[in-house]
Design a protein around this ligand. Structure first.
Ligand code: C5P
Length: 235
């Protein structure tokens, strides 16, 4: 089965409060988006990258041109993004109609996670490519976890043995993922990752242990942290 990559990049990065969408903030002398896309391309050189973009995104053409110069064999397919992340992913899946077979794989990775390592990408693929459904990179929770009421008063401690941080990439069979996302959106469910759509449809995605430093750039202080993490990975 073929592997198709989807890298949602249609968010506006509101929590970043920057002068541009967060995926175009500088990282390693380039942009966050370029660093992430190049990592995915290096891990899966034969897979085209489908990129949901905001309709008013005027930063994309220059970034795409620089990427294409770096990686001449990279196949970039921009598609229109949607209101929420799940709509953006579904838009890419619709663009794959007629190209992808039902049991092909779709890998979805947040452009906002530039620190994913080649090793984690390799582990995810090698542990899942015979799985009937799919799964995701996830990191075991290290802190003690509390549940609270609305006034921040502790109601109890949650057993962390079975708690994980859900990361990306997540990879699922094309047919299952498209049906699950469509169904979840029709039902008005809040879907913040692909796995939750599959779960709502009754499937059990597999968790593949990944590194905790595969952080999602969300707040301004995350960017210098990503810079340090990338530097330390290159040593
Ligand atoms: O906002 P958040 O950090 O959860 O976004 C995760 C990823 O989803 C980002 O890469 C962002 O660009 C993308 N996204 C999208 N379409 C949206 C909202 C977010 O492609 N409507």
């Amino acid at each position: 089965a073929a592997l198709w990559c989807v890298l949602p990049a249609a968010g506006i990065g509101q929590r970043m409060a920057a002068d541009r969408p967060k995926q175009y903030l500088p990282l390693q002398g380039r942009t966050l988006l370029e660093v992430t896309l190049q990592r995915l391309h290096q891990a899966f050189p034969a897979s085209p990258l489908y990129i949901p973009l905001h309709p008013q995104d005027h930063w994309w053409p220059a970034a795409a041109e620089r990427l294409q110069q770096h990686c001449p064999n990279l196949q970039l397919v921009p598609v229109p993004g949607g209101q929420e992340r799940a709509d953006s992913v579904l838009s890419a899946l619709q663009a794959l109609e007629g190209l992808a077979a039902a049991d092909d794989w779709v890998l979805v990775h947040d452009v906002a996670r530039p620190c994913v390592t080649p090793t984690d990408l390799h582990n995810l693929w090698s542990q899942l490519h015979h799985h009937p459904v799919g799964g995701l990179l996830a990191a075991p929770v290290a802190d003690t976890m509390k549940r609270s009421d609305a006034q921040n008063q502790v109601l109890g401690t949650v057993d962390r043995q079975q708690l994980w941080h859900a990361l990306t990439p997540q990879i699922f069979r094309y047919g299952l993922l498209k049906a699950a996302l469509q169904q979840a959106l029709q039902q008005g469910l809040t879907i913040t990752d692909e796995a939750s759509a599959l779960e709502a449809a009754g499937y059990q995605p597999l968790l593949v242990t990944g590194r905790r430093d595969n952080i999602k750039i969300t707040h301004p202080e995350d960017l210098p942290l990503a810079e340090l993490l990338l530097q330390s990975q290159q040593q």
